[in-house]
Design a protein around this ligand. Structure first.
Ligand code: SAH
Length: 236
């Protein structure tokens, strides 16, 4: 199984994910995420691996499953959103059954903390260029701006590349108003959550790191009583 842990708070870990962990003999994941569920892994074989070891982790899971073990590979948020589900399915082929257990992804966790910014069409774009050429990311940013999509930015600061968020903002400003509301959520639905609502003009004044999700509104998005809201279009 590839199991989504949700954003961090235990009440947002789905019962199906709990059950998957419960029936597993082996749990494999990145150390930070294993720490989040330490109390659920007692008595099980726990295999912790470092960041950027996704292929090794997925291969090990497939090998162990082929030997008849029940294995859970964990991802934060949803495992099918920049998580482990894809690589596990690719490596497993038809050799073992794989079940993907979904979780609350950072986009919706951050949206809930901000209010209701994702009520209309939105695009999710990761600013990490580890596996995607930067020029493609820039093209997607422009297309999303041109399409007046609400834009959710994952991995806003890539390893060693602090300027991506600055370039992303600049590209979005080609088609979006500088007054467009921007929500910045660090550790959404996790301990130490921080929520800031600012504008496209001022967003770089705020702290943004790898634990942050940034949501840039569309042309209709507004701030109502301290909440970021994109109207669905109902007449009120
Ligand atoms: N599979 C994960 C995403 C992994 S990509 C999911 O579905 O949520 C990692 C990025 O997700 C981080 O750089 C950050 O932008 C975002 N992220 C993950 N958890 C978060 C949280 N609790 N609060 C804010 N952003 C988060």
């Amino acid at each position: 199984m590839v199991v989504g842990l949700g954003p961090g708070n235990r009440d947002l870990l789905a019962p199906a994910a709990l059950e998957a962990l419960k029936i597993s003999d082996v749990i494999i994941g990145y150390k930070t995420y294993l720490d989040l569920i330490e109390d659920l892994t007692e008595g099980k074989e726990v295999i912790s691996s470092g960041m950027r070891k996704e292929i090794d982790r997925a291969q090990l899971a497939v090998d162990l499953a082929q030997q008849g073990r029940t294995v859970s590979v964990i991802s934060s948020g949803d495992p099918g959103v920049y998580g482990m589900a894809g690589i596990v399915l690719e490596l497993a082929g038809d050799s073992v059954d794989v079940e993907v257990v979904p979780g609350v992804t950072a986009a919706t966790a951050a949206a809930a903390a901000l209010g209701a910014p994702l009520m209309h069409d939105f695009a999710v774009i990761s600013l990490s260029d580890l596996l995607t050429p930067w020029v493609k990311i820039m093209n997607r940013l422009e297309a999303a701006g041109l399409g007046d999509f609400i834009v959710v930015l994952y991995n806003p600061k890539s390893h060693g590349r602090q300027t991506h968020i600055e370039s992303a903002r600049e590209i979005l400003l080609w088609h979006k108003n500088p007054e467009t509301p921007v929500g910045i959520v660090r550790c959404a639905k996790r301990g130490l959550e921080s929520v800031v609502i600012t504008t496209l003009r001022d967003m770089l004044k705020e702290e943004i790191d790898m634990l942050t999700t940034v949501i840039v509104g569309n042309s209709q998005t507004k701030v109502e009583n301290g909440k970021m809201v994109t109207p669905r279009g109902y007449k009120v």
